[in-house]
Design a protein around this ligand. Structure first.
Ligand SMILES: Nc1ncnc2c1ncn2[C@@H]1O[C@H](COP(=O)(O)OP(=O)(O)OP(=O)(O)O)[C@@H](O)[C@H]1O
Ligand SMILES: [Mg+2]
Length: 587
């Protein structure tokens, strides 16, 4: 997994995450554990009642009335146990769910705040796994894990105590196989967990494979790969079954092992204890009570191994969560939250701006110098020359060193990141639409916009006519289950969103590339009209758009190799001239 180079959080730092939540719910937990103790206490007195009944029978002092009374007592205890069990479950398991929810919200809030450098290191897939598996492991440890630990501790101490009170030697004999039981459940549940995560991983691979094959079904068919895909899928499926069977083997071992250890203890007690009863060293009632206590010990002994495992797993997961939560955004907020544009200073200025992506060693941009104020400006250059990188730096998706990038005459590092982002509307290369209605996709750019404003923006982006032609119009859903939109339609919806947001600076990074020439020109004219007196940076390969901009910068391998308007660049006779000539040949 990526992100291993991160300094992982210590157990102490991880546990610190839980402290405030435990503190906040301490009364609830206290009540829950009291109920749990109540259950244990009541369960422990049942053998005492049995002993009394049986001894009275053995001594022939029992009558129907006294037996009925004892039976009624056992019934009352059973009802109380049921009630208390219900209460502790609600209180403690409920607590673990609340804890899980709080951590999940905390994690999500953190993730949405992180920037792109973070997402280079943590893939969405591994983050989803954290959100799912790790939170579940923490929840288990703080829910059932805590309950089982408390329960096992109380039950085993009390049961052993009572057994010791009945007979010390017999107790030692009966306990002989117990450590073996604890040890074997510990080993087995550890192994089981390992194998179970292999099952989950394999299931992940299986679904990912199916998803990929179905999403790129056209590709699969185009290359006649159906047979090959089926074979691969069947192999993945076979491994999945094999992994599952390996879990089943361990599951099959666990309970028989427990029964074996428990019954060995029982055997010893029956033989030696039985001889004591025969020799009148022990009453029959004590003997029955002893056996009942012994039976009560089997579960806590199994629990010891299981709980140790749950705890260990919970802590490992919590440490991973803490590691993510400790990561800081690489973009530091400056204090200034308002941006003023002075008539003397350019709106945006790059000065000797260089940038290398985290984890790479070749600079994506070198010594860029440019200045833009009002008007529409072009940025062009071959694929991979750094156009998108430049846009990303301007909208503060990555940190830049001091003295390289200025907004309104001030170093961008002096502003808060949010303040800078609010200046920009950005239409990217890949049009990001949500699985939501078209209306919400557009109004996302400006929460609280009126219907009229949304429609105006859609009109300016030349998509309104298409939208109202759809069955549900603006309420049509976008996405897999919704309406199918062409690349150009998606781009225009994204553009409508950007136009609606009405920011001071508009950046279009190849965002008109899928439009046909006449639509493109009309959209361009609308943008020019709406952005009168504001700034538009237009990344494009299209010469006929670039020709309408005030000035163009031409990038090549991260460097500016020419600056000027269309005519000047064309006259220079370099890369730009070749670009123009080639496009005109095609036209
Ligand atoms: N996230 C990233 N991590 C590392 N390197 C990157 C990353 N994104 C881009 N690059 C590299 O930076 C260089 C510039 O990429 P950029 O996306 O800015 O090119 P571009 O000019 O926008 O190309 P295109 O016209 O194809 O969109 C390329 O060499 C690319 O491989
Ligand atoms: Mg690009």
């Amino acid at each position: 997994m990526k992100g291993v180079q991160e300094k992982s959080a210590t157990s102490r730092q991880a546990l610190a995450l839980l402290v405030p939540i435990f503190k906040r719910f301490r009364l609830r937990l206290l009540a829950g554990f009291c109920a749990l103790l109540g259950v244990d206490f009541l369960q422990l007195i049942v053998p005492k009642i049995l002993k009394k009944g049986i001894d009275s029978l053995a001594e022939r002092s029992a009558d129907a009335h006294s037996l009925l009374l004892l039976a009624a007592l056992i019934l009352v205890i059973a009802a109380l146990v049921a009630l208390l069990r219900f209460i502790w479950r609600i209180l403690i398991i409920g607590f673990s769910r609340i804890l899980e929810k709080r951590l999940r919200v905390q994690l999500f809030a953190h993730l949405v705040r992180m920037d792109r450098s973070f997402y280079h290191r943590w893939s969405p897939g591994s983050l989803m796994a954290h959100a799912g598996n790790d939170l579940a492991a923490v929840q288990m440890a703080c829910g059932m894990g805590m309950v089982a630990a408390a329960d096992a501790l109380v039950m085993s101490t009390a049961a052993i105590g009572f057994m010791l009170a009945i007979d010390v030697r017999l107790t030692l004999l009966a306990l002989l196989p117990m450590p073996l039981l604890a040890l074997s459940t510990w080993i087995l549940s550890k192994k089981m967990h390992l194998r179970f995560s292999m099952v989950q991983q394999q299931f992940g691979r299986l679904t990912e494979f199916a998803r990929n094959a179905l999403v790129s079904i056209t590709l699969v068919k185009g290359y006649c790969l159906e047979g090959a895909q089926e074979k691969k899928f069947s192999e993945l499926g076979a491994t999945y079954v094999r992994n599952n069977l390996r879990v089943a083997v361990l599951q099959g071992l666990l309970h028989p092992m427990a029964a074996l250890a428990g019954n060995t203890g029982m055997l010893l007690v029956l033989y030696f204890g039985g001889r004591m009863v025969i020799g009148s060293g022990m009453s029959l009632g004590s003997f029955v009570a002893f056996i009942t206590y012994l039976a009560m010990l089997i579960w806590p002994m199994m629990a010891v191994g299981w709980v140790a495992n749950l705890g260990q797993r919970g802590l490992t997961s919590l440490r991973r969560i803490a590691t993510i939560l400790r990561e800081q955004p690489s973009l530091k907020d400056g204090g200034i939250t308002r941006i003023h544009y002075h008539p003397q200073a350019p709106w945006i200025r790059c000065s000797d701006l260089s940038f290398t992506y985290p984890g790479t060693d070749r600079p994506a941009l070198r010594n860029i110098g440019a200045a833009w104020s009002t008007g529409i400006y072009g940025i062009t250059g071959r694929s991979g020359s750094g156009k998108s990188t430049l846009c990303r730096l301007i909208v503060r998706l990555y940190p830049v060193d001091r003295g390289m990038l200025f907004l309104g005459g001030r170093d961008v590092n002096q502003y808060s990141v949010a303040a800078v982002r609010k200046e920009f509307a950005y239409v990217g290369e890949q049009t990001a639409l949500f699985s939501d209605t078209i209306y919400n996709n557009i109004s996302f750019g400006r929460p609280g916009a009126t219907r009229k404003q949304v429609e105006e923006a859609a009109k300016a982006a030349l998509i309104h006519a298409h939208i109202i032609g759809l069955d549900k119009g603006y309420e049509a859903k976008v996405g897999e289950q919704g309406v199918k939109l062409s690349g150009g339609q998606r781009q225009r919806i994204a553009l409508a969103r950007a136009l609606l947001s009405n920011r001071r600076i508009l950046i279009i990074d190849n965002g008109l590339s899928a439009l046909d020439v006449s639509t493109e020109q009309e959209v361009f004219a609308n943008i020019r009209r709406l952005y009168q007196g504001r700034l538009v940076l237009l990344v494009s390969h299209r010469v006929n758009l670039l020709a309408r901009t005030r000035e163009i910068i031409l990038l090549e391998r991260g460097k500016i190799i020419a600056t000027g308007d269309h005519a000047a660049l064309y006259a220079a006779g370099g890369l730009y001239t070749t670009m123009v000539d080639k496009q005109q040949d095609h036209a």
